[in-house]
Ligand binder design. Structure first.
Ligand SMILES: Nc1ncnc2c1ncn2[C@@H]1O[C@H](COP(=O)(O)OP(=O)(O)OP(=O)(O)O)[C@@H](O)[C@H]1O
Ligand SMILES: [Mg+2]
Length: 732
């Protein structure tokens, strides 16, 4: 087997054992982060093809995200060259989608069926509730949606569910049935439906199933701990009696419990399939010994783990640096300095990932990176000002300034839904086109001429009045109140709040809206904005930031992403931000032990993304949900081994460690960086400047005549000033 030794050379014994298992066994590779599970999976593909002569056509590989899938394809290509093209490789949803496209008839779908996202689904359900004369107050959208999606994920259609004379379930079932019917009629397929249909495709078409069972003799699954019930069932059916499953996973990285993933599948796997070979990998190749020890110590706080021993032969590495920022603006500045430092030492931007718990945290980070001219990409999501809910609010604000802004008009006239249908919109557009006027003017004309049906006319008039009224009422408000008023009176907020508890998605959108209010509160027009109103300047700035530094695909970029999106990836430098109680762990998880453990696994995922250096930051003060908060440092910080961490503070800070809320628990981090010589100010002092007014000291740098101080002024934002020349007065 000389010619296949390249497949085994850079593997350790346990990895090699997994890769070279006989062709007729099932395998479960259970191992911690960075132990080479994904590598083993790819090498197994190579082994099947090159050593055992399996055709790529007979191999199905499932990953968790599209990015992971394309990386896996790349790695497979490196091993087996062009043969990799014959593999079927993708996410569960992607594979189900392809199957349904190919077998639309057998699946009972129209050829041109359309996939709808969660927002589309909500809109459709709202309409159905109205048709069924059900009150949305009584039947909250989140409940309806989770009833339908939850059942689909369990493989249950409306017809399968016995309401057992429970009137509550009976009503939900009526909605489910109507929804199924509507989707079928219009050829619409939601996310859960993709998997359910693909599953039913197997069950209803034994011949087709037999074909695919025969074809996919080898099924390999990465991140197995995050499969949900339907995905697991789908795998079981497809594997049938002959297919061989090779699954890899880590119970400590199960982070999608809130979306129905079941770590129990890892336990069940050995019962559901005969002769499963269990292989454990214990050597970590990704991280320094320090980072690995921190991760191991942290996750040991969870109970009911399968237990693992991860070790590394790698270097000790630098300590994990924990930065206690004054506030989120200063935190973002610090992140930028870390990136710059990395680049100065010869690193590349691609090496750096900045991770956060909540999407809304990205705005301040994006702004700081933009200011510093560092290209970045928000991975697995959109940049702040490109997010739909932010664009919605901005569209309202634009309309307040300019009623003839057609793009904005079009975006929000029926958003949130106010009963203005597609036909009315068509009429408006046709009129605007025919008369060469804006949509707003077209609406006014049609209303004046009585050319809209009564119901539509009422709704359109209501919208025009809303905008006029908002413009009049908010004209003299400060910018943040303007934004806040628009968010609440437009109905956008209520629209999202209605399903607040159900979807993280709606919750995250609400957080983004709060963050937009923060942005308005912190906004200071530039010097060249003298003849604009603050609102105009704010909108221009937002447009600018949305379009700015749109990094090209190939350009080297710092990557910003949520902790969830970082799963499976690795970076030389990882910066985890917002390590604060109430943010990470999230507020909702604090009183629920199971959810708290999931948050801890998320922290474990974050820490184990780092290869060489890890930095964690938290803020003594954070604007969050439109309020100033003074969070405690995250409990996860105090769960790290003290000898692995180093606390750093803004340079030359003279405030003694612990003065603002104490360290983080017993054995907290010792600060080696405090200077004793006493500059006249310390972080957190309130100061007065002749020109910029009042502010707060957030940074100090240098000594003697070179000493500089960074102040965040209430009215003018952050500035660095030379201490020797700036006339700063300390306020009581
Ligand atoms: N035997 C080995 N020799 C050298 N490097 C290895 C070896 N095994 C894995 N690696 C490297 O270690 C890193 C982690 O591997 P991999 O991503 O496969 O781990 P994983 O177990 O899938 O991690 P995660 O749980 O985070 O998904 C990768 O950079 C990989 O190339
Ligand atoms: Mg992996």
């Amino acid at each position: 087997m000389d010619d296949v030794s390249f497949l085994l050379n850079d593997l350790n014994d346990a990895q090699r054992e997994a890769v070279t298992l006989p062709v007729d066994t099932h395998a479960l590779v259970l191992a911690g982060a960075g132990s080479g599970k994904t590598r083993v999976l790819v090498h197994r593909i190579g082994w099947l093809v090159e050593a055992l002569g399996v055709s790529p056509y007979n191999i199905l590989a499932v990953t968790f995200t599209n990015k992971a899938a394309s990386e896996m394809r790349g790695r497979a290509f490196d091993l087996i060259g062009g043969k990799a093209e014959g593999l079927t490789l993708g996410t569960f949803h992607g594979i189900a989608y392809r199957l349904l496209r190919q077998h639309w008839q057998e699946a009972g779908l129209p050829q041109n069926f359309q996939v709808i996202d969660s927002d589309d689904q909500k809109r459709l359900l709202k309409r159905l509730l109205r048709d069924l004369e059900l009150d949305e107050q009584q039947w909250p959208m989140r409940q309806v949606q989770s009833f339908i999606n939850g059942n689909k994920e369990e493989g249950l259609r409306a017809a399968h569910i016995d309401p057992q004379h429970n009137p509550f379930v009976e009503t939900l079932l009526r909605v489910y049935r109507a929804y199924e019917q509507q989707c079928q009629q219009n050829g619409l397929v939601d996310f859960a439906e993709l998997l359910l249909r693909a599953h039913e495709l197997w069950l209803k078409n034994p011949r087709l199933l037999a074909h695919y069972q025969q074809r996919f003799q080898h099924i390999l699954v990465d991140e197995f701990q995050d499969t949900n019930a339907l995905q697991y069932a789908w795998l079981r059916v497809l594997a049938g009696g002959t297919g061989r499953l090779f699954v890899v996973g880590d119970d400590d990285q199960s982070i999608y419990g809130w979306r129905g993933a079941r770590v129990e599948h890892v336990h069940r796997f050995s019962d559901d399939f005969a002769d499963v070979r269990l292989i454990r990998l214990e050597q970590n190749y990704r991280s320094t010994a320090t980072i690995l020890k921190a991760a191991n110590t942290l996750i040991a706080h969870n109970s009911g783990r399968m237990g693992k021993n991860l070790w590394t032969a790698g270097e000790q590495g630098a300590p994990i640096r924990i930065y206690r920022a004054f506030n989120e603006l200063e935190e973002a500045d610090f992140v930028v300095r870390q990136v710059e430092r990395w680049l100065e030492r010869g690193g590349s931007r691609d090496d750096v990932a900045v991770l956060y718990r909540s999407n809304a945290q990205s705005r301040v980070l994006e702004q700081a990176l933009l200011r510093a001219g560092i290209p970045y990409r928000v991975y697995g999501g959109l940049r702040f000002y490109e997010r739909a809910e932010i664009k919605d609010v901005l569209a309202y604000l634009r309309l307040l300034l300019n009623r003839d802004d057609d793009a904005s008009f079009d975006r929000v006239i029926n958003n949130p839904p106010r009963g203005i249908g597609a036909r009315t919109l068509e009429t408006l557009r046709a009129e605007a086109l025919a008369q060469g006027v804006s949509l707003w003017q077209a609406a006014q004309r049609l209303l004046a001429a009585g050319r809209l049906a009564a119901r539509a006319a009422g709704a359109v008039q209501g919208f025009l009045d809303l905008i006029d009224q908002l413009a009049a009422d908010t004209a003299d408000m400060p910018l943040d109140q303007q934004v806040m008023t628009v968010i609440s009176r437009s109905g956008l907020q209520t629209h999202l709040e209605k399903d607040e508890h159900k979807s993280e998605q709606a919750q995250s959108k609400l957080e983004n809206l709060d963050e937009l209010i923060n942005a308005a509160a912190q906004f200071r027009p530039g010097e060249d904005a003298a003849d604009e109103t603050p609102l105009q300047a704010f909108l221009n700035q937002a447009a600018f930031e949305a379009g700015e530094h749109q990094a090209a695909q190939w350009e080297s970029c710092v990557q910003l992403m949520t902790l969830h999106a970082a799963k499976g990836l690795e970076f030389p430098l990882v910066i985890m931000t917002g390590l604060e109680e109430g943010l990470f762990p999230s507020q909702q998880s604090i009183d629920d032990p199971a959810r708290l453990e999931e948050e801890r696994r998320l922290a474990y995922v974050g820490i184990t993304r780092a290869r060489e250096e890890l930095v964690m930051t938290w803020c003594e003060k954070r604007r969050w949900h439109g309020q100033e908060r003074f969070p405690l440092p995250s409990r996860f910080l105090s769960e790290l081994p003290p000898d692995c961490v180093e606390e750093i503070r803004p340079k030359a800070s003279v405030r003694p460690a612990g003065a603002l809320g104490g360290g983080f628990g017993a054995g907290g981090c010792k600060s080696g960086l405090q200077k004793v010589g006493a500059p006249p100010f310390s972080i957190g002092d309130r100061v007065l400047h002749g020109r910029f007014g009042e502010g707060i000291v957030i940074g100090l740098e240098g000594d003697g005549p070179q000493a500089r101080v960074q102040v965040h002024f209430d009215e003018h934002g952050s500035k660095w000033l030379m201490l020797a020349v700036a006339k700063l007065e300390k306020l009581g």
